[in-house]
Write a protein that binds this ligand. Structure first.
Ligand SMILES: Nc1ncnc2c1ncn2[C@@H]1O[C@H](COP(=O)(O)OP(=O)(O)OP(=O)(O)O)[C@@H](O)[C@H]1O
Ligand SMILES: [Mg+2]
Length: 240
């Protein structure tokens, strides 16, 4: 379970997270929507300890992410994160790229790492691309490789930050299908997305961020069907 309690975070004079409270139980698919600069990416980077927080706390399965004694490397194995774009190592094949972290971070043998990488690449539909170099793949395939790379660490939680927003429209669907598959398998996921149809279909709950505040959180039928917050109403009107 991910527990976020009264988290505040500023960059200089700008308060980006203004007291966020949120608990994500195991198995939940939570999507986060909201305008540019509302703090969505910042929250994800605080959850996996890439960014410090100013006050409050974030606890993952009983471990306080920002406590001094916390082994962040160990924690991050639990929390896979995929961003808008991931720069694969161009001189390594797709398979070698996905094998890298299991070998270096988990200390697996070449054979073990390869078995895991093949399994996860097959899982995301890239079984045919193992020996290909990343720059020979489409944007959608590259994003699926990034997802396979995160899955190769056997994470218990996956954080996705607008993984489809750098893609051509015709490639968005294949990546969203991969996320749908993970959701249907019971992966606990927090997905920041601009894809409202996807959010509506796949989420257990949707959270709307506005200027550093989580202005509304509800199951999708409620949040999209009967939004209460005026800013959310305006946001949805503008995105439809
Ligand atoms: N490292 C940083 N240093 C200074 N300011 C930052 C930093 N990271 C983010 N910000 C600022 O914090 C605010 C929130 O940024 P954040 O990236 O969390 O927004 P977002 O909701 O993810 O937006 P988008 O939809 O555009 O990705 C923005 O005003 C941004 O400029
Ligand atoms: Mg962002």
């Amino acid at each position: 379970m991910i527990e976020i309690e009264n988290v505040r975070k500023s960059f200089g004079p700008l308060e980006v997270l203004k007291g966020i409270n949120l608990a994500v139980p195991k198995g939940e698919v939570l999507t986060i929507i909201g305008g540019s600069g509302s703090g969505k990416s910042t929250l994800l980077t605080c959850i996996n300890g890439l960014e410090a927080i100013d006050s409050g706390c974030i606890v993952v399965d009983g471990t306080d992410v920002h406590a001094k004694a916390t082994d962040l490397n160990k924690l991050r194995r639990k929390l896979g994160i995929v961003f808008q774009q991931w720069n694969a190592f161009p001189h390594l094949t797709v398979l070698e790229n996905v094998m890298l972290a299991p070998r270096k971070v988990l200390g697996l043998s070449k054979g073990e790492a390869e078995a895991i990488a093949v399994k996860q690449l097959t899982h995301v539909g890239l079984a045919e691309k193992l020996k290909v170099y990343p720059n020979r793949m489409s944007g959608g395939q590259q994003q699926r490789m990034a997802i396979a790379r995160a899955l190769a660490m056997s994470p218990e939680y996956m954080l996705f930050d607008e993984v489809t927003s750098a893609l051509d429209p015709q490639l968005v669907g294949e990546v969203l299908d991969t996320l749908r598959m993970l959701a249907s398998e019971g992966m606990t996921m927090i997905c920041v997305t601009h894809e409202m149809k996807f959010a509506r279909e796949v989420s257990d709950r949707v959270a709307f961020f506005h200027k550093g505040v989580m202005a509304e959180i509800a199951p999708p039928e409620e949040l999209f069907g009967a939004p209460k917050d005026p800013e959310l109403q305006a946001f949805l009107a503008a995105t439809h």
